[in-house]
Design a protein around this ligand. Sequence first.
Ligand code: 13P
Length: 283
Amino acid sequence: MPLVTTNEMLKKAQDGHYAVGAFNVENMEMVMAVIKAAEEMKAPVIMQTTPSTIRYAGLDYYLAMVRTAAERADVPVAMHLDHGNSFELAMQALRKGYTSIMIDGSHESFEENIALTRRVVDACAPSAISVEAELGKVGGKEDDLEAADDSPFTDPKQAQEFAERTQVNSLAVAIGTAHGFYKGVPKLDFDRLSAIRELVSIPLILHGASGVPDDAVRESITRGICKVNFATELRAAFSDGVKAYLAENPDAYDPKKYNAVGMEHVTALVKQKIDVCGSEGKA
Ligand code: 13P
């Protein structure tokens, strides 16, 4: 089926008390692996690319791969710009045909974040493309953006004001997760999440889910998260599969052979994450 926006997908998830998995893809094999998992689990799925991934091959390359995957599949697929870092990149993604756009103004002041987000929301509204914003700072390093050590968590009252003034479709919240692998076990501020949910009615997004214990992801979904982002674990799974094959077959030279093992690892991981999100059978 054609690519869909995340609007309806996330509203259904919110009403049904589950989350849609959003998976960062870096190459054709990861796209194929994610769609295979989604089809086997009959789950809606979001594929997303960050600015550095886009710099690697271009928006049009990734969009063409994900669009092809969606058209061949019978589950809903959205193509999302993850951590869009400028109005210009957001507009390029919109014009090319991405069906969902994140504008990440979390590194700006509250007022500047509102102004930037509102500009993107206004530009996307005529084509009904959904917009995600971030308030507060998710820790760690995602792409070129590194959060400060004192990563401030999302303030519920500010989140309410932000949602009202920007009219954004969904909001990424900072409640203790970080991008990349964790050194210890992350401790999420669930009470803060519940307080945000009380005041903000739009779908809430959890970033930095690689390495977050399954129980904690489930608890965050119970408390209102409707989209969960996974990137680092997918990159590691693909690389581990390729490395394992090459360790056993050091003379291998056909990329189809070792990439197939990378794909198997990613499909297995994505199926497990879809299970944690509770989105199996929701396509
Ligand atoms: P991880 O790399 O920690 O899974 O974070 C993914 C993410 O939030 C992408 O925006």
